[in-house]
Design a protein around this ligand. Structure first.
Ligand code: C2E
Ligand code: MG
Ligand code: MG
Ligand code: MG
Length: 284
């Protein structure tokens, strides 16, 4: 019966899908051109230490400056790039750009609190058999130490094991840190902690949203217990209010990220924040 239902659904959605696939082909073609045309850029969102809010990391997030449509969000074009395979060259560009910027920050005065840069990596990239070798090459080329790089993967990406999980292990052996992004929303969550060499759990915004009056925080509270029991670092994602930050700190969270601390911004703005904080800490 499920099979029949599936067939009916397919039939009903076919006209829509055709329209959609035309749009997708158009977007795909523009995307192919976008990397070479220099329309891609990275923004960086602070990852801070609680309770003081010192910036200890940044997450690189890609933006597409489309000549007609303005800034296109990755939620829209990353899935397209994953389906047509362009995420492989695009992801390589993103990694190189992020590592280059991280090496720059390492060498600038007044930016020492920044220890790590996080880069999102898709399942499609992890399934490339030489992905870890590509990362090693980029680290070598940019002069960035492996321990300064965090690769963010989703549970779903590594859930099936296979080549994606092999890549994660190879990255781990290189000395790159592994973060499980949107943790708690994917397929396997807890079982994955045994098979995947994770260093960081990024606790999904949906659980952080519940941390308000202090009595709705059951999952956020359980996840920090699991993380500390397994000696993993936990980062709360999508923290929007001072109230949430305070509650998360009380639950035991040491790291957080969200609009309350800083929106994704250009590299120069991160530099300014870092240098201003360093001056404030050490008056000269
Ligand atoms: P993500 O890796 O979970 O990134 C966090 C997303 O939440 C970012 O959206 C960020 O701007 C947003 N965010 C951060 N703090 C807050 C907050 O306090 N409130 C709210 N409402 N949102 C917040 P963005 O930049 O649109 O990226 C969306 C997703 O697209 C990312 O989720 C990631 O899965 C994917 N993505 C972004 N950049 C890349 C990339 O370079 N490569 C790959 N493969 N995927 C990327
Ligand atoms: Mg992420
Ligand atoms: Mg996330
Ligand atoms: Mg997310």
């Amino acid at each position: 019966a499920a099979k029949d239902r599936g067939k009916q659904c397919m039939a009903r959605y076919e006209p829509d899908m055709d329209l959609h696939s035309i749009e997708e082909a158009r977007l795909g073609a523009q995307l192919r051109h976008a990397i070479d045309a220099g329309e891609m850029r990275l923004v960086y969102q602070p990852i801070v230490e609680l309770p003081h809010g010192r910036i200890v990391g940044v997450e690189a997030l890609v933006r597409w400056q489309h000549p007609q449509h303005g800034v296109v969000s990755p939620g829209l074009f990353v899935p397209v790039a994953e389906r047509n395979g362009l995420i492989v060259p695009l992801g390589e560009w993103i990694l190189r750009e992020a590592c280059r910027q991280a090496a720059r920050w390492r060498d600038l005065p007044g930016t020492r609190s920044l220890r790590k840069i996080s880069v999102n990596v898709s399942a499609r990239q992890l399934r490339e058999p030489d992905f870890a070798a590509t990362v090693a090459g980029i680290l070598h080329e940019t002069g960035l130490e492996p321990h300064r790089l965090v690769v963010e993967v989703t549970e779903t990406a590594v859930f099936d094991g296979g080549a994606a999980l092999d890549s994660v292990w190879a990255l781990h052996r290189l000395g790159v840190s592994i973060a499980l992004d949107d943790f708690g929303t994917g397929h396997s969550s807890l079982g994955l902690l045994r098979t995947c060499p994770a260093d960081i759990l990024k606790v999904d915004k949906s659980f952080v949203d519940e941390v308000t009056a202090g009595d709705q925080d059951v999952i956020a509270a359980a996840l920090i217990q699991i993380a500390s029991g397994l000696h993993l670092q936990a980062t709360a994602e999508g923290v929007e209010t001072a109230d949430q930050a305070e509650h998360l700190h009380r639950l035991g969270y040491r790291f957080a990220q969200g609009y309350h601390f800083g929106r994704p911004m250009a590299a120069e703005n991160i530099t300014e924040l870092l240098q201003a904080a360093s001056k404030a800490a050490v008056p000269s």
